[in-house]
Design a protein around this ligand. Structure first.
Ligand code: CUA
Length: 184
């Protein structure tokens, strides 16, 4: 979605500016570190006051920002939704291999719950489902010896992508599979 791209752009620009400020701070300290240690007591007092103000400033600015940006993560949303939706689900077995996904089915109907039973045949992989805008909608670990279940209901038709979310070797990036979601 457009709004999210703008948010990402803003976050990226903001982090660049912050990184530049930190670098400037380091440069300032490096340049001014040649002085003598004289009477530091009053300076220290002022620095401590400033530090306290900075601390609360950071808490007040980044606390709400963190909460605001984390509420839309798909982890809990997908889980809460799957728990609420008690209808029998379409079961899809998903196995990660070096370096491909093996899926028992790839055709899904919109509005119908799907339960992915996710495991791995070799090493740890990450099973991530992306919508047509390449936004992560649900994810779970694919681990050898375990079956992790992931329930999700696809509301929008389209071609979804499954991509590996955990670095698993040289061809990690090619672990892509597709799910076709269509209305009934
Ligand atoms: Cu499988 Cu990265």
């Amino acid at each position: 979605m457009k709004g999210e791209h703008i948010m990402q752009e803003i976050a990226w620009q903001a982090s660049l500016i912050l990184m530049a400020l930190v670098a400037l701070g380091f440069a300032f300290v490096a340049i001014n570190s040649g002085g003598r240690y004289e009477d530091y007591a009053p300076l220290q007092k002022r620095a401590y006051r400033l530090r306290l103000a900075l601390f609360w400033g950071v808490v007040l600015v980044f606390g709400p920002t963190m909460i605001y940006t984390l509420v839309n993560l798909p982890y809990d949303a997908a889980h809460a939704r799957g728990v609420r939706d008690a209808r029998p689900a379409q079961v899809i077995q998903a196995t990660g291999h070096l370096w491909y996904w093996e899926l028992s089915e790839t055709e899904i109907a919109t509005g119908h719950p799907v339960e992915f039973r996710v495991t791995s045949a070799d090493v740890n992989h990450g099973f991530g489902i992306y919508d047509t805008n390449m936004k992560l909608v649900a994810q779970v670990q694919a681990m050898p010896g375990y079956i992790n279940t992931l329930r999700h209901t696809f509301d929008e038709a389209g071609t979804y992508k499954i991509m590996c979310l955990e670095y698993c070797g040289t061809v990690h990036h090619a672990m892509v599979a597709e799910l076709t979601v269509a209305g009934r």
